[in-house]
Ligand binder design. Structure first.
Ligand code: ZN
Length: 342
């Protein structure tokens, strides 16, 4: 595909010819669909549609996990017709991506239609995304995360927060505009820092009362207005466990759709020398403790290890592979292994 997307900067020299990569042409195509309603409507003609019902995606059970069914425009229009809906409903869909061949992908929530009848018709079930998580492959889960987050944002931004008037989405769903005062609303994510604190030899893990029994994870919290990532990390650690940081290092990030759209910014941090006594803020956490390299390695292996906290031995587990906290913990273990004496 990209071979045919060459841009000639200057006709006179062959050497000025530059081919745009598949990624760049795809990105430019998506940009065009977001900016141009007619182009987006045209893309719907050959697009694929992912269906949701009350933010739960349509899934089909397969041998190893789930399949994520997609409908063509024709199939979608036929479905809408069957349930007495105008074909215009297609315009409620939001753009969530496209293939390397520029097949545009859309998501549409049909919460107003009867769920059981639609499930029968579509030979699938609208399944809560959180429940389906561990059975989806990473590409499907990332696409469904985006779709659900965008659909949720539209659902909760139907009105202008200044004038109270109904807002109108553009064709792609990349923004909403208030017709009365022209304010433009863009979908937002809340930045959240997640930090794995270490004292050099051990790492600090904590749990909230809402976590599944025995689960310990890295510290996390929302960025406050005006904060840089490093400010938010230092504040969260001080607030939650009463420790001060010597240094911190960015690791990776992840979009997380639950309960609302968050941008998880994952960091490693080292406490100041001598800062090892944890003072748990019980308004935020149920417990926090230092864990040894061996304890964490055993937990990563999923061997249901035990930890000695507050003089009692209790089983503990770590977040699943899909969560960025898991990535942070694994990275820390690998770094520790490199720094341990042979
Ligand atoms: Zn307004």
């Amino acid at each position: 595909m990209s071979l045919y997307c060459g841009i000639a900067f200057k006709r006179k020299s062959f050497w000025c010819y530059r081919l745009l990569s598949t990624y760049v042409t795809k990105t430019r195509y998506l940009f065009e669909l977001k900016e141009d309603d007619d182009a987006c409507k045209k893309a719907q003609q050959t697009g694929a549609f992912y269906l949701f019902h009350g933010l739960a995606p349509l899934l089909r059970t397969a041998e190893h996990g789930y399949l994520v069914p997609r409908l063509s425009l024709l199939e979608l229009e036929r479905l809408l017709g069957k349930f007495g809906q105008d074909a215009q409903r297609v315009e409620d869909s939001v753009l969530i991506g496209c293939s390397d061949q520029h097949e545009a992908w859309f998501a549409l929530d049909l919460a107003s239609l009867p769920k059981p009848e639609m499930e029968t018709e579509l030979r699938g079930s609208f399944t809560e995304l959180r429940k389906a998580l561990l059975k989806l492959n990473s590409m499907d889960s990332s696409l469904l995360f985006t779709a659900q987050a965008l659909l949720r944002w539209h659902d909760s931004h139907q009105f202008c927060s200044k004038s109270g008037q109904p807002t109108k989405k553009n064709m792609a769903g990349s923004k909403r505009v208030c017709p009365s005062n022209k304010i433009i609303y863009y979908p937002q994510m809340a930045p959240v820092v997640i930090v794995l604190v270490s004292d050099g030899a051990r790492c600090l893990l904590a749990r909230q009362s809402s976590f599944p029994k025995g689960l310990y994870s890295a510290l996390a919290g929302f960025c406050d207005i005006g904060e840089r990532i490093e400010d938010a990390v230092r504040r969260e650690v001080a607030e939650e466990v009463g420790l001060e940081l010597e240094s911190l290092q960015y690791s990776a990030s992840q979009h997380w759709p639950f309960p609302n759209s968050s941008l998880m910014i994952a960091c490693h941090a080292i406490v100041k020398p001598g800062q090892t006594e944890i003072q748990v803020n019980l308004k935020e956490l149920e417990a926090a403790a230092w864990f040894s390299h061996d304890e964490v390695v055993t937990a990563l292996r999923g061997e249901s290890p035990y930890t000695q906290q507050q003089n009692k031995i209790s089983p503990f587990s770590l977040p699943p592979k899909l969560a960025i906290a898991h990535h942070l913990i694994k990275e820390w273990v690998e770094k520790q292994a490199c720094s341990l004496p042979a």
